[in-house]
Design a protein around this ligand. Structure first.
Ligand code: SAH
Length: 459
């Protein structure tokens, strides 16, 4: 018998919100049936109009707030509602910390069956604004001029943006300048419907410690009109510029970067420091977007690894070798593996740059390379994983359970897949000792966490 849905479209209901969705909407239950309502916060009571009724859940619109959350604040950004890049500006930072800790606990309990694991309060920022070191804006046209900013929530309509409260101000400034200069030189924006035009995205990366600036023009075409003059003008206008790069993406796709990258001026990388380690970063390599909190995260990973100097460590999903190099100083040897070839080139270059000689890097899927290493007799005492949102591949988890490193440090940007993978490791003989959430993405629902697991018993 199918369950009876307790509400109908256009009903008015009085509800109390318990939770937040990943998009930052409030979740209330009517006789166990979840309703998602934008701009509602946990603890709030409200009158809601039901706007859509689905099988398992529905949507509603906030009509009247009866009781406000003590954490509710006025969102400071003027384009908050249209943009969708942030989901939590209407929740105070203190409230965000509470919500993220709860999110981690909740998935560990529900998905990981790990209700008893120690979860520490979130390590947050003192100043949770202007933290992003990378800006990546889609370019469009409006009344004959270039605009750039963001896609309006749930559309492909580009809205112009001059400042973003979570970006380094330097990035905003450079994006504005590049848009203005390209417009002045008659560069046309790419039109994704017609698949015509040139400039698709402008990407800016800023080395917070070094002050070095990289500008990447992502274009459909291999050449730009007046290219030499355009390059000279950008070089003249952008303070701190050390790298100007063209990335060609001729494809009909919403993937931002294409395969071909060409330096137009300066170096092919920019540099930055995390702690006392210097990093070279290529246009297409992953680099954490919040450098201040990255230090906090890596310090925690290092602490959880409990290295004595004798260990062999494997760093899976190593990117440009950030965690590997952080650990190398306290380990005998670190092996890093990563799927993007440019990132591994960066990782090798970064080891040299810092005079670190006890690392070795390989290009490939962690779930292929690590089993090969294991077969070839390379085993880890401590294994660090830092996978993308989808979590670790099953084959990698199986190899970990066969290899049995005495400790696993799991760095995660998605608590749900973290919880899923911890359950698998627990069932294979590991115990989750503690979990530390770190706020890498203030004002958004994204939540990073690092977990420490010890191998306890054969199963
Ligand atoms: N540890 C790094 C990177 C973490 S992001 C840091 O902190 O900077 C995750 C990385 O995993 C990305 O660099 C991505 O390119 C890489 N990746 C994605 N799938 C992979 C796979 N199957 N095997 C190895 N690396 C992968």
């Amino acid at each position: 018998m199918s369950k009876i849905i307790p509400v109908q479209k256009n009903d008015f209901v009085e509800v109390e919100f318990e939770d937040l969705t990943h998009e930052g909407a409030g979740v209330a239950k009517v006789d166990g049936y979840p309703l998602f309502v934008a701009n509602a916060l946990p603890g709030e009571k409200a009158k809601v109009k039901v706007t859509k009724v689905g099988k398992g859940f529905g949507f509603g619109r906030l009509i009247e707030l009866y009781e406000k959350s003590p954490y509710r604040v006025e969102a400071p950004c003027a384009i908050y509602k249209e943009c969708g890049g942030c989901q939590l500006q209407h929740l105070s930072y203190e409230g965000q910390m509470v919500a993220k800790e709860k999110q981690v606990r909740e998935v560990l309990t529900r998905i990981g069956k790990l209700g008893n694991v120690k979860v520490h309060p979130v390590l947050g920022m003192k100043e949770p604004w202007h933290y992003r070191n990378k800006s990546q804006v889609p370019i469009g046209e409006h009344e004959g001029g270039l605009i750039g900013g963001f896609y309006q929530r749930r559309t492909h309509q580009i809205i112009n943006m001059e400042t973003c409260l979570i970006q380094q101000s330097k990035n905003d400034e450079v994006v504005q300048l590049v848009k203005e200069i390209c417009g002045r030189f008659g560069i046309r924006a790419y039109n994704e419907v017609a698949h015509k035009g040139m400039l698709r995205h402008v990407m800016v990366r800023y080395g917070l410690v070094t002050g070095e600036v990289m500008v990447v023009l992502v274009t459909k075409t291999r050449e730009l009109p007046n290219q030499e003059k355009l390059v000279a003008e950008i070089v003249k206008q952008v303070d701190g510029l050390t790298s100007l790069v063209l990335n060609v993406n001729p494809n009909k796709t919403n993937v931002i970067m294409g395969e071909e990258t060409r330096v137009l001026w300066g170096q092919e990388v920019i540099h930055d420091y995390i702690g006392d380690i210097k990093f070279a970063i290529s246009p297409r390599s992953f680099y954490q977007v919040n450098p201040e909190q990255t230090k906090v995260l890596y310090d925690k990973a290092l602490e959880y690894a409990e290295l004595s100097g004798e260990e062999t460590v494997i760093d899976a999903y190593c990117g440009i070798g950030t965690i590997s190099l952080f650990l190398a100083k306290q380990a005998r040897k670190v092996y890093g593996v990563e799927i993007v070839p440019e990132a591994i080139e960066d990782a090798r270059r970064n080891a040299k740059l810092n005079g670190i000689v006890n690392t070795e890097f390989a290009v490939g899927a962690a779930e292929k390379v690590i089993p090969d290493w294991y077969e070839a007799g390379i085993s880890a005492d401590v294994l660090v994983v830092d996978p993308p949102r989808k979590g670790c591949d099953q084959a990698l988890l199986e190899t970990i359970l066969a290899m049995k490193p005495k400790r696993v440090v799991y760095v995660s940007c998605n608590p749900a897949t973290l919880a899923r993978d911890l359950r698998i490791l627990e069932d294979g003989g590991y115990r989750t000792i503690e979990v530390q959430p770190v706020d890498m993405f203030p004002q958004t629902m994204h939540c990073e966490a690092v977990a420490k697991l010890d191998f306890i018993e054969e199963v």
